[in-house]
Design a protein around this ligand. Sequence first.
Ligand code: PLP
Length: 429
Amino acid sequence: MLNQKLNQVYETMGIDAKILSFCDTIEEELKGRFSEIDANAEYNQLKILKAMQKNYLSDTHFAATTGYGYNDLGRDTLESVYADIFNTEDALVRPQLVSGTHALTIALSGNLRPGDEILSPVGKPYDTLEGVIGITEAKGSLAEYGITYSQVDLLPDGGFDWEGIKAAVNSRTKLATIQRSKGYANRKTLSVEQIGSLITFLKTLKPDIICMVDNCYGEFVEITEPSDVGADMCVGSLIKNPGGGLAPIGGYIVGKKECVENAAYRLTAPGLGKEVGATLGLNQTLFQGLFLAPQVVAGALKGAVYAANIYERLGFSVLPDGKEDRYDIIQAITLNSPEAVIAFCQGIQAAAPVDSFVTPEPWAMPGYTNEVIMAAGAFVQGSSIELSADAPIKPPYTVFFQGGLTWHHAKYGILMSLQKLYEKGLIRL
Ligand SMILES: *Cc1c(COP(=O)(O)O)cnc(C)c1O
């Protein structure tokens, strides 16, 4: 009865009955998978709750500070809660870290000195880091400060090139940067366990090497984090997983006390470090977003699994596939034509709570060689824990999509993407 009513509403909201019945069958098959995702969220929910209780979180911590922000008890408590959740000595969690790229920049530049070398043992890092490191020329890059970079690619099967890594580590190798998520690259996301074995190997080669993990999109997808398996620093964005969709800005760096302190001296100033940085009333939102994060991540994961199974059944190539374990919230779907990529993104946009009336079109985005199309109807600009999709308009026409503040919204977005493909005659049911 309720199901019938539900499908009637979907029909009034633009979804064809044929699409509903096709997708309902698949959803039914995913019950077991969804309950595993829920159990993971339950574990992380308790981990976060426990950390908040241990730190005596109270409404006094929600008060705003201004100016220098000395003695911001809420900020210090938030950092202590993050350190407990990530099992680290210290944390820097700040609205002044304006994005994930900024947090990574601060973690790197705070801990590296001229003459040091960075090693990426997992291939090319995320696009925005190319300018930061100086892989591509950019003003203010680490390369300009005499910091060099070396890279060892993953093997064709996705495994680590142990020999190559061994050969790359030298007396100047100060820090290894390990990107957990595939981001928008065509490789598999690393599990926490894989990251753990990589860190163990690196530390055997060089005990004092700093292992930094770019943790973007990975937080709370598993019951452990890279910092549980030896990472000296984990870094990420608050407008992705750990902000729970509520954080309007921010980034975090958790890890060894010395590493976090070095980062803080770079974020503010040598001698000032963590002591300053007013939170302007954001603490309550950052705590509450963190509290909701496991549930939000679970919704995004269900959406990704649902989409993978639907598009796989229709004959498209999907990464990860419908069955495999998940280590981040990103889903790649190869749609084989520009028309299909555009239709998919227009469907995601049409399903959004914000800007649903806007039609996304491909455009020449600065810094990209091909045109790019993006769909996002988010409460927080650029927030990719909210349902969003983007794709470069180039073969093989792969769309990357992620997020969904609730599973039901993710579901509607995917139904709508399918609807748009269906209307254009790009799929047959
Ligand atoms: C999102 C992301 C970043 C940082 O991106 P911002 O848009 O600057 O927050 C870095 N690495 C990975 C893997 C990411 O997914």
